[in-house]
Design a binder for this molecule. Structure first.
Ligand code: SF4
Ligand code: SF4
Length: 237
């Protein structure tokens, strides 16, 4: 068996990471995921009736009634995540590590940083198990692969490399570098201009692989990121 990929994160980095993961979920997923965690680690009660018709916008909300001491309040969406994080912040590292493990679906243990001796969490990222099967899903179906902005670092690299073929598809305005914009029509593309299907195979390649945008190179960022985006790169596990 190959070497395990490990990373050390401080407690605050760990909380930030799983907070981001929760923020990316739908309102319903936030509720479903946070409910057992709050019940386990929060010393709070949650009511059974989780759907509430909001008094102002008259729509059903997937949230939680959270009771603490004498008060009871309904939280949903971003507020539910924020409330959950506020509740976790004072908890000991062992609890933060357990929550990290559950949300990110990874094995972890509380550890000391080898140089600074700061307490944090050692994470088995499992990225050594990731193998891109070139299905093209992330380039074809995930709109944020092609309807997005890239950082200046990508644009500067393309300038250094004289990749004007790529820069032609970037529109830089008001501090944003929007990709991919068809240079002939001035319209955003429906499909990445650099994606190629291999003949007679259900496999795709990136024509600018050697210098593709960082967000493409870094996809998926983690096992949980792959799971959430239906990337099958971990399916050989
Ligand atoms: S979705 Fe995952 S497996 Fe498919 S091409 Fe993208 S990174 Fe590779
Ligand atoms: S630039 Fe390459 S990796 Fe990124 S979406 Fe296009 S084909 Fe996919």
């Amino acid at each position: 068996m190959g070497k395990k990929y490990l990373k050390f994160v401080s407690i605050s980095e760990a909380v930030k990471e799983f907070k981001n993961t929760l923020m990316m979920q739908s309102e319903l997923k936030k509720q479903e995921e946070i409910k057992p965690l709050i019940e386990n680690y929060g010393n709070f009660d949650t009511r059974k009736d989780e759907i509430k018709v909001h008094p102002l916008d008259f729509v059903d909300r997937n949230g939680l009634w959270i009771k603490s001491d004498s008060s009871e309040q309904f939280y949903y969406g971003v507020d539910l995540v924020e409330n959950f994080i506020d509740m976790l912040n004072p908890k000991p590292p062992e609890i933060i590590a357990e929550v990290y493990s559950k949300i990110e679906r990874l094995s972890v243990k509380v550890a000391r940083h080898p140089k600074t001796d700061d307490i944090g969490i050692l994470v088995e990222t499992e990225m050594e198990k990731f193998e891109c099967i070139q299905c093209g899903h992330c380039c074809i179906d995930l709109s944020d692969a092609i309807e997005t902005s890239v950082p200046d670092s990508d644009v500067l690299r393309w300038e250094r490399e004289n990749r004007y073929d790529i820069l032609d598809w970037v529109v830089s305005f008001a501090g944003l570098n929007d990709i991919w914009v068809n240079p002939k029509t001035g319209e955003p593309v429906d499909r990445c201009p650099w994606l190629r299907k291999l003949p007679k195979k259900d496999k795709y390649i990136c024509k600018i692989h050697e210098t593709k945008p960082d967000h493409c190179r870094n996809f998926p960022k983690s096992k949980r990121h792959a799971i959430d985006n239906d990337c099958k790169g971990f399916s050989a596990e």
